[in-house]
Design a protein around this ligand. Structure first.
Ligand code: NAD
Ligand code: DAU
Length: 353
């Protein structure tokens, strides 16, 4: 492609988005990387302070719910590729306010598809890459894995909204020949993860000596992937993936929540110099999440065989690096857990009853 790549990355100030932005800005100095983000509670420019002055990096505060703002950014930068991560991403919040998820995840995605369709009369060299989740496949029993041909069966308002956005992306590929691509990834963890999700919430609560609220019997299973490995996978799919294809991305790393929490407690005790067993005493079983999916597990054979991607760090390495990051970035934690965060935790459903 002779034209300079101008890549719109939506949600680049969030958890995964900030790792993707950093990777692309550092690795591809000839690309223009435009981070388009509304800076909701989950978006934080502190996540990108190390690259904010890079010559190939541009930040545009904007909302995917506003078609005019999208039109402006597409025209201003001559956008010829999109990596779409902007979303409402937390399952518990989707249970409290489903409509927010319909607006951002469904309507916001359709607005973005419309902007690309409008601007890309010639689709040669263009790419619309939608970042999605394994939660669209629903819940697994004790055995088996999600593959790219597993039927969609979303159970939470969050996963229903992501499933809907995936369908719209696919439909724009079929109907308008927009060169789309989708990846469905398992649970990420790592630096800059907002402390509403299991691992960063529990790290923060251990630091503060607060209870660790384990939902239900704690035997729910997730497949954990280090966020930098997800960013590497996104880089690979963006450059080598085939139009109109879907790829599953996972960590080959299943953990029952309670086992993961116990490992985290053990590592935190070591890092904080506390006697073994100290943090485990904070574990508190609470009311279950409604519609809680029992098990997710990704079969990532396709991306491994076709594109040569696989995770580069073990869970033990990734988790140790993550804990170190939180212990070294207590100011970041303080900033993101002030104000509206406290309000959310007072009204959260599992604190009731
Ligand atoms: P996040 O909540 O940390 O970040 C979302 C970002 O999107 C924030 O910067 C926020 O400001 C921005 N945003 C929200 N609404 C917006 C709007 N209307 N307009 C513009 N920007 C808006 O999310 P994350 O965990 O980094 O997830 C990123 C994407 O990856 C999401 O699409 C999510 O569904 C998907 N995903 C996440 C995981 C995971 O484990 N976190 C796994 C698989 C897929
Ligand atoms: O699978 C990919 C998905 O992973 C992403 O699409 C979502 O954006 C991301 O938030 C994540 O969803 P989960 O619901 O799996 O993540 P969460 O960290 O909220 O919960 C992980 C597990 O831990 C889940 O079984 C619920 C449980 N849990 C969570 C919290 C916040 C608890 O037991 N206690 C808690 O306080």
């Amino acid at each position: 492609m002779s034209e300079q790549r101008s890549i719109l990355i939506t949600g680049g100030a969030g958890f995964i988005g900030s790792h993707v932005v950093r990777l692309f800005v550092n690795k591809y100095p000839n690309y223009r990387i435009i981070n388009f983000d509304a800076l909701t509670y989950a978006g934080n420019l502190e996540n990108l302070s190390d690259i904010e002055d890079a010559e190939n990096y541009y930040f545009e505060k904007g909302n995917i719910l506003d078609p005019e703002e999208l039109e402006t950014v597409f025209s201003k930068y001559g956008i010829n590729a999109v990596i779409h991560l902007a979303a409402e991403s937390h399952v518990d919040r989707s249970i409290l306010s489903p409509l927010d998820f319909v607006y951002t995840n469904v309507i916001g995605t359709v607005n973005l598809l419309n902007a690309a369709k409008q601007h890309w009369q010639d689709v040669a060299g263009k790419r619309f890459y939608h970042i999605s989740t394994d939660e669209v496949y629903g819940s697994l029993g004790e055995e088996g894995y999600f593959t790219e041909s597993t039927a969609y069966d979303p159970n939470s308002p969050y996963s229903a909204s992501k499933a809907s956005s995936d369908h719209f992306v696919r439909a724009y590929g079929e109907t308008y020949h927009l060169p789309v691509i989708v990846t469905n990834c398992s649970n990420n963890y790592g630096p800059n993860h907002f402390p509403e999700k299991l691992i960063p919430l529990f790290i923060n609560n251990i630091i503060e000596g607060k209870p660790l609220p384990v939902y239900g019997d704690g035997r729910y299973t997730r497949d954990w992937l280090y966020v930098k490995d997800h960013a590497r996978a996104i880089d690979m799919v963006f450059h080598k993936g085939k139009d109109f294809e879907t790829y599953n991305i996972g960590g080959f790393n299943e953990w029952q929540n309670i086992e993961l929490v116990k490992l985290l407690c053990k590592l935190m005790d070591q890092k904080l110099g506390k006697p073994p067993g100290t943090s485990e005493q904070l574990i508190t079983y609470v009311k279950d999440r409604p519609g809680h999916d029992r098990r997710y597990a990704i079969d990532a054979t396709k991306i491994k065989d076709e594109l040569g991607w696989q995770p580069s760090v073990t869970f033990e390495e990734g988790l140790a690096e993550t804990i170190d990051w939180y212990l070294e970035n207590t100011e970041w934690l303080k900033h993101v857990t002030s104000g509206a965060y406290q309000q959310y935790y007072q009204t959260q459903y599992h604190k009731e009853g």
